[in-house]
Ligand binder design. Sequence first.
Ligand code: GLU
Length: 280
Amino acid sequence: MTITRFAPSPSGYLHLGHAYSALFAAAEARAQGGDFLLRIEDIDIGRCRPEFEAAILEDLAWLGLEWPNPVRRQSEHLADHAGALKQLEAMGLLYPCFMSRKQLNETLSAPHLAPGMGPDGPAVTDTDRLISTEEHARRLAAAEPHVLRLRMAKAVAMAGPISWRDVDAGPQQATPEIFGDIVLARKDMPTSYHLAVTVDDALQGITLVTRGQDLFHASHVHRLLQALLGLPVPDYRHHRLLVDETGRRYAKRDRSLTLRSLRDIGRTPADILDMVALAC
Ligand code: GLU
């Protein structure tokens, strides 16, 4: 049976782009007689707020969407993410990195050191080797705040050649190395987007991951984590991103186009469906 999901972060109000993404996931499930689930991705504690979560549930219900309860809230399942981290740790695939993004940029600014550009910025590797072994050990012993990175080259070698299927783009050879050593546990949260989304999709039995084109490359990483953790492999559909009349992507900064502001000026759910269809 097909199980899809919409997985918003409660860090702002939903806009037309979110409406499209949610309706897309629900339509895929409906077309195949499956289930549509909702998941709240609230691990970014600095940006997520309960009032945004309440607004998301209200706006989606107003649009006419239905999903089974309880809704999975990522922050309540950190033990699942910790279990996955433990597995990767035991495989010798994680290392602590004490350097901030700014420090890394400064340290790697010399042209001969500069890492290649990945989908999320510079694809750094082996950042623990940028400080001496003694300094690394000292910081570890002092329990200085750090992130945990995946040793990408080793992970890719361990997984061997892997592929995944995008329903629209066809079979894809996974190339997670384009990201470099991704962060799997943040300083403020013992998980990360890549880890949480992969583990939760598996635990919720998602068979078809639908999301925007902006996350196409992330699927390479998620496929690698599935291989390493022994998780099932869903199919993927990366839908187009909605743009406004000037060609700009809808974003949380576009206050005037949130579903609630449109509702406040009298738009109906049917109007939203029309607007989404027009912007596609
Ligand atoms: N939580 C992510 C976002 O709001 C989406 C995650 C996903 O669909 O994989 O952009």
